[in-house]
Design a binder for this molecule. Structure first.
Ligand code: ZN
Ligand code: ZN
Length: 404
């Protein structure tokens, strides 16, 4: 028995794979199944266990991946976005260094307990956080050519997977993750494996389109191979994905910094978009979640009400209310948390967003409208209560405690 972040887990008796499919709105699976493109998923939905769970807010990649591997919300593990604003230095700081992590991961605990663990991520930015404190294999597809024994627990990854180095902006990056998972399971048979893809396809293609169905058919085939090797598989997602466009297909953006500059005077408030990262081409750093730091003279409650009354805004919460409702670390969010509606995204200033890379109508995430995600296990678990609130970070609980 393992005890991690106030939860208990049984040690695996069968190889166990938890998969985080980046941006997997449940409808992607439904459409691929309906189109006959995902036979393994169709069988698993019928014979295994299928739930819809809530991800953590902000519905972004890093907070949710860390929640899945810690079994806990951001208030416990501390990672609440890609960026935080360091009020001490007045600078925006990337949060992908493990020093920001406040809780141990289940992956580290499993390796401490002598179990072999392998982690494969698409983008390298997540690798260090996921691999923190863990012995074993921890690699990224993005830098597959640079993985080595000393740092990553394995050398010759490209040869093992027998695929070329994928481009960071491609469906290949995620396919490499699945192919590496299958190759590692075949050659090394780790006790526990965590696979995490990228949402490149989901940002560009709606559920049921041919490009989306192609992605899920590809994924389905790899998961079928893992299943055939006897793995317990739990599949979930870091967040969903929605179209964020106006009628004319232009991005439906509320530029919060421009609005607050207008209301409070230039540069008195500071808007932080925690979706911002070095790979913004496919979403222009536009998502449905923002946090705002205000001057001490500002009336937070009045401002929250004024912002909340704008069309397209889902909710505006003060720091304390947001920390409580979304289980966020209060010291790492601003004075206000702003969530926009399903078809709306939040920007800083119009002049600071380069939207020239958006070659298709914007699809993005970040808000409560992208909170529902699949939670699927390839074993039938008796007595699952579909009415309780399941979270994507229950994936390891299901896989280790109920599905073995
Ligand atoms: Zn994501
Ligand atoms: Zn994304």
């Amino acid at each position: 028995m393992l005890h991690v972040n106030a939860r208990s887990y049984k040690l695996p008796t069968q190889p166990t794979v938890v998969v985080c499919v980046d941006g997997c709105e449940p409808d992607y699976i439904a459409q691929a199944v309906a189109h006959g493109q995902a036979p393994w998923l169709a069988r698993t939905l019928a014979n295994g266990s299928a739930l819809v769970a809530d991800c953590v807010i902000p519905s972004f990649t890093n907070p949710n991946n860390l929640s899945i591997v810690t079994g806990a919300p951001p208030s416990v593990h501390g990672i609440c976005g890609n960026f935080l604003f360091d009020t001490a230095t007045g600078t925006e700081v990337m949060m992908n260094d493990p020093k920001w992590l406040r809780a141990p991961t289940l992956l580290a605990a499993l390796s401490d307990a002598g179990r072999s663990v392998a982690v494969v991520t698409a983008k390298d930015k997540l690798r260090q956080l996921l691999g923190h404190g863990m012995q074993g294999i921890c690699v990224s597809a993005e830098k597959a050519d640079r993985m080595n024994q000393a740092e990553n627990g394995i050398a010759g990854l490209l040869e093992l997977v027998a695929r070329p180095l994928p481009s960071v902006y491609s469906a290949d990056l995620s396919e490499f993750v699945f192919a590496a998972g299958v190759a590692l399971m075949r050659r090394r048979r780790p006790d526990v494996m965590y696979l995490s893809t990228t949402d490149y396809i989901q940002h560009k293609h709606a559920p049921g389109t041919s490009a989306a169905d192609d992605f899920y058919r590809m994924m389905d085939a790899y998961l079928g191979q893992l299943d055939a090797m006897g793995c317990v598989i739990a599949l979930t997602a870091d967040h969903g994905m929605n179209a964020k466009t106006r009628l004319d297909a232009s991005p439906n953006v509320i530029y919060l910094q421009d609005l607050l500059d207008d209301w409070l005077g230039a540069a008195s408030a500071r808007v932080i978009l925690p979706i911002t990262d070095p790979y913004v081409v496919h979403h222009g750093a536009l998502g449905s979640f923002a946090t705002v730091y205000l001057p001490s003279s500002a009336d937070r409650v009045a401002l929250a009400a004024r912002l909340g009354a704008r069309r397209g805004i889902e909710c505006v919460l003060t720091r304390e209310a947001a920390a409580e409702r979304f289980e966020l670390p209060a010291d790492r969010i601003g004075d206000l948390v702003v969530v926009s509606e399903r078809s709306t995204v939040l920007g800083t200033s119009a002049s600071r967003h380069d939207l020239s890379g958006l070659d298709v109508p914007l699809r993005s995430h970040g808000g409560t409208s992208e909170q529902q995600v699949p939670l699927i296990v390839n074993r039938r678990i008796a007595g699952l209560d579909a009415q309780r609130r399941w979270r994507n970070f229950d994936a390891f609980d299901l896989a280790l405690n109920m599905a073995q």
